[in-house]
Design a protein around this ligand. Structure first.
Ligand code: CMX
Length: 470
């Protein structure tokens, strides 16, 4: 794997601080600077990680890690252990840990903006990729590097501008990210005939460029569909969340900027098996570029059972208010919950494939609301539903988890600050999700993860396998 650490011309592009080449040793260029860049930090970790996996496979490769029942096969592969995901692990009772750290721990440990209280998502990205908590300077450098890479190609701007306003913002988002394939360092190098040891570097470069461009893409969609079509330029000395808030048109409110920092941090990663993460990883396993892989993941995030639920929640709450009127008593809310269930629909924002408790991402958003908008009527309604819905869902008896997930809260926070256009909400989720799934894509290419190809059978073949006569 030593050759995989060769940092070529792509490395020069990635080194934002004026690089001073001091030595070239074993093909690895070193730059004099006070702190290590993200690329250098990650590159230094690769040989150890590759060695760890090699040793694990060599010594324990034939150990059984689980068995699969027919119910699991027909049940959406729930619980089948078959994926490797380094950034986060989801415990059904405790919720997510990013590289072993809970959300409150990340809130405490990750660097913050001057005067800010919420973690900067730049720090989370660093943590997910390297397993290390970055210094303030490293995070500052990363903010500057993303700002420096943020320009969109003209044809992508035009492509977004030509989308009809009634094309869902998530479809526009996916189109724009797919079109960025034109810029892919990975695809260009592959076409020329790249050695596999260089895959990760090009994936790293593409991921950094892609992440850098997402706020401008998201803001262009938002400003085109809902506002005057004008997007503020990225401010090179500001952090990622400030720029996103500013480009959307909300940075005058410093609490909204803080909300963006929290939002982008907590929506980033949630293990590898969820639809957007798994899809990005799967498509990437075919050596499709970071652009094509993320676009595929975004298309999955756009489904109502996954990321789109955050749009659905606000819609559902507004419809509930319209249907009930001013008497938002517990009894009326209970009736509304039952009417939703009895009409064969799901209660959006409740339930989860893995979690069996209230989602800590819900809790951190609730804490934010208690601090910044305790008297907002919609927040009060969300809190009231939180008291009632778990009981109703338990009585209904279908969902394995009657508690709220991340999507039950986000829309209410956004609407409070004036971002009321629900159809746009999943785009913000997508910007954040990129920060979680792209580190794994880079890791996949660095450790030589193979193309994915699980086995399928027909129902007749499964019946034969289990000895059933149908
Ligand atoms: N309201 C009504 N019924 C629900 C429900 C809810 N919130 N959550 C689950 N159920 C139902 C399922 O539809 C399923 O019914 P059928 O047996 O008729 O098919 C049954 O309960 C069992 O489902 P489960 O095993 O508890 O949940 P799944 O792992 O199949 O699905 C999820 C998980 C999230 C898709 C589901 O809970 C759901 O649809 N929730 C509402 C949508 C939502 O909030 N999605 C966002 C999830 C977080 C995210 O990815 O962003």
């Amino acid at each position: 794997m030593a050759s995989s650490m060769r940092l070529g011309s792509a490395a020069l592009r990635s080194s934002f601080r004026t690089p001073v080449r001091t030595s070239v040793s074993n093909g690895l260029r070193f730059y004099s600077s006070k702190t290590s860049s993200l690329k250098e930090t990650f590159a230094a970790k690769i040989p150890g990680e590759v060695e760890k996996i090699k040793k694990l496979k060599k010594e324990y490769g034939n150990k059984v890690v689980g068995e699969v029942t027919l119910d699991q096969v027909y049940g959406g592969a729930r619980g089948i252990k078959s994926l490797v995901w380094e950034g986060s692990v989801l415990d059904s009772e405790e919720g997510i840990r990013f590289r072993g750290k809970t959300i409150p721990e990340c809130q405490e440990l990750l660097p913050k903006a001057p005067g800010g209280q919420e973690p900067l998502p730049e720090g989370l990205f660093w943590l997910l990729l390297t397993g290390e908590v970055p210094t303030e300077q490293q995070v500052k450098d990363l903010s500057a590097e993303w700002a420096a890479r943020s320009d969109l190609p003209k044809f992508v701007e035009e492509l977004i501008d030509r989308c009809p306003n009634d094309l869902h913002p998530m479809a526009q988002f996916s189109v724009a990210v797919t079109a960025l394939e034109h810029e892919s360092s990975f695809s260009k190098a592959y076409a020329k005939g790249m050695h596999k040891s260089q895959y990760w570097e090009h994936t790293f470069e593409d991921s950094m460029d892609l992440i850098a461009k997402l706020p401008t893409i998201a803001a262009r969609i938002y400003r085109n569909v809902y506002k005057d079509g004008k997007v503020a330029p990225v401010q090179k000395d500001k952090d990622y969340s400030y720029n996103l808030a500013n480009q959307l048109g909300f940075a005058d409110n410093k609490d909204f900027v803080e909300l963006m920092r929290l939002y982008l941090t907590i929506h980033s990663d949630h293990e590898g098996g969820n639809v957007s993460a798994h899809t990005t990883h799967l498509v990437g396993s075919a050596l499709s570029s970071a652009y094509l892989s993320l676009a595929a993941g975004l298309n999955g995030l756009a489904g109502p059972l996954h990321g789109l639920a955050n749009q659905e929640v606000l819609k559902w709450l507004v419809e509930m208010k319209q249907a009930i009127g001013n008497d938002l008593s517990d009894e009326k809310i209970k009736e509304y919950l039952w009417s939703t269930l009895n009409s064969g629909r799901v209660v959006p924002g409740y339930g989860h494939a893995v979690l069996r408790k209230t989602d800590p991402r819900y809790v951190s958003q609730r804490d934010f609301a208690l601090k910044h908008l305790p008297d907002d009527p919609m927040f009060k309604l969300v809190s009231q539903v939180y008291k009632i819905a778990p009981g109703v869902l338990t009585e209904h008896g279908k969902t394995k988890n009657p508690f709220p997930n991340v999507d039950a809260h986000s829309g209410v926070l956004l609407q409070y600050y004036g971002l009321t256009e629900q159809n746009f909400y999943t785009v913000l989720f997508g910007v954040s999700r990129a920060l979680g799934v792209l580190p794994q894509l880079i890791i996949d290419r660095a450790v030589g993860a193979p193309i994915e190809r699980p086995k399928s059978f027909s129902t007749a073949a499964y019946a034969k396998l289990v000895g059933a006569k149908l």
